[in-house]
Design a protein around this ligand. Structure first.
Ligand code: TYD
Ligand code: MG
Length: 458
């Protein structure tokens, strides 16, 4: 019997509806519903398989939790320490990992390179985007060869599984999930129902055979195009690749991990020969110059589990137009507006008639609120056009009343600053209490308010 079934899907969040609606009830976006055919009219659709599970002959599958062995999950250790770290200590067998990132950021390069480095693991790299020649050219570029590394340029999931049965790989990389196509679903590749079905098939394969699967997925700049987002709950681990294409540095961040911490982070540098893991990121993120310039302050942040010293840059100029401009790169615009309001109200600085630009060096996006104090000092430095003393760095969150709030893991930040040869670090006085009698070779200055910092510096 031939019957087709269709449904409407929100292209933004994946919400499913039986009829077309103008506004998505889930994500409240307008005009995002598209009709997709979900079941092809043949009786062998995978949905029918489920009937077997409820059939009379099926045996009990329920087990008592006491009978489940608590063996440590087995992992494949890659040669890339950064990747191992973000995965929580290597690739867990049978896990399914989504790697999301903007096009051109280096997802294919990183996973091709890691596959090639795993000499003892039979790896299958499925590409629906590039030809074998293109991949080979890229492999030549990263300068690695591996006889255990297999390529498959195919998008049909059933053909892929046939190949997988023959090859029996120990690791599968799918580049990208948006190009896969399941014959059981009729809508076009990249549509919500296709992505969902293909990922489900891959997940079943991973769980049943214990083979780890990496799914590479594209997202757009705002990070919320349908596709990969709807997979987040299905997969075990979500890694996000971030960074500005125009800069060399890339951050691989763990957004979800069933096998490890979600506050991990790996840093890479895109070079002519592929991605290079960066082991001591602080050193390259600070452009230490002989002569200090105004508007530059160094923040001692913690990204993931790692301390990271980052250069923040501010430019404050007289406004030419009626409405002053606020432009940020790598920093939250609203946060900047908040900090400017605090400086205006508590410090009496007239930022209202100034254009303000903020930039975080290296094209890195920082989420740690402890960067506030450095931003404030960079702003003041540019405002006064006086450079800050050399070898000084900052770690503190700024509150609405201009108070400098304590930040977490202050010892680690101080230790990193000390390691990099800084002479002074300005922290919150509330942090100083917890430091107690700890001794550092760096001068730790504990202050309570933004005004005190200003007095101290200028
Ligand atoms: P790619 O891995 O194709 O990105 P994605 O799969 O996320 O879309 O990388 C794209 C960019 O990386 C491309 O502009 C070329 C650049 N690149 C290098 O700079 N060095 C290299 O060794 C390689 C292979 C690529
Ligand atoms: Mg790619």
């Amino acid at each position: 019997m031939s019957k087709t079934k269709s449904a409407f899907f929100c292209q933004n969040c994946g919400y499913e509806s039986t009829k077309w609606v103008g506004k998505c009830p889930s994500c409240e976006q307008w005009n995002t519903f598209v009709e997709e055919v979900i079941v092809k009219g043949n009786d062998k659709s995978p949905k029918d398989d489920w009937k077997d599970f409820h059939g009379a002959g099926s045996t009990l599958k329920t087990v008592s939790i006491n009978d489940v062995s608590s063996a440590e999950e087995k992992r494949i250790l890659t040669n890339d320490a950064e990747l191992n770290r973000v995965l929580g200590g290597g690739i867990v067998l049978g896990s399914i990992v989504l790697v999301a990132g903007e096009p051109g950021i280096g997802k294919s390069t990183l996973f091709l390179q890691n596959g090639l480095m795993l000499k003892d693991v039979v790896t299958l790299y499925i590409s629906g985007e590039e030809s074998e020649q293109q991949i080979k050219m890229r492999a030549d570029r990263v300068g690695m060869m591996n006889e255990n590394f297999y390529l498959l340029t195919e998008t049909n999931t059933q053909t892929i599984f046939k190949e997988i049965k023959k090859l029996k790989p120990q690791l599968v990389i799918v580049d990208s999930i948006q190009t896969l196509q399941s014959p059981f679903v009729e809508s076009s590749p990249g549509s919500i129902s296709q992505i969902r079905e293909c990922a489900a098939e891959m997940q079943r394969y991973a769980k049943e055979t214990g083979t780890p699967v990496f799914l590479i997925g594209h997202i757009t700049k705002d990070g919320n195009i349908a596709g990969p987002k709807i997979l987040e709950h299905m997969v075990d681990t979500v890694l996000q690749f971030e960074g500005d294409r125009h800069y060399a540095y890339r951050i691989l961040r763990t957004l979800k991990n069933r096998f490890g911490s979600t506050s991990e982070l790996g840093i890479y540098e895109m070079t002519g020969e592929g991605m290079r893991p960066v082991n001591n990121p602080s050193e390259i993120l600070i452009t230490q110059k002989e002569d200090q310039l105004s508007g530059i302050a160094i923040a001692a942040t913690i990204e993931g589990m790692r301390p990271l010293l980052i250069e923040t840059q501010a430019l404050v100029t007289q406004s030419v137009y009626g409405t002053p401009q606020r432009t940020v790169s790598g920093f939250d615009l609203r946060r900047l507006q908040l900090l400017l309001a605090v400086l205006e109200k508590r410090g009496g600085f007239h930022f209202g008639v100034k254009d303000v630009f903020i930039n975080i060096a290296g094209g890195i996006k920082v989420e740690d609120p402890s960067i506030d104090l450095a931003i404030v000092c960079a702003l003041l430095s540019s405002y006064e056009d006086v450079s800050l003393p050399q070898f000084i760095c900052f770690a503190g969150e700024v509150g609405l009343s201009g108070e400098i709030r304590a930040v977490n893991r202050i010892e680690q930040r101080i230790a990193e600053a000390e390691k990099l040869g800084f002479e002074k670090i300005i922290v919150s006085k509330y942090n100083a209490k917890s430091l107690g009698k700890l001794k550092f070779n760096i001068d730790v200055v504990a202050l309570g308010k933004v005004e005190e910092v200003y007095k101290y510096l200028f």
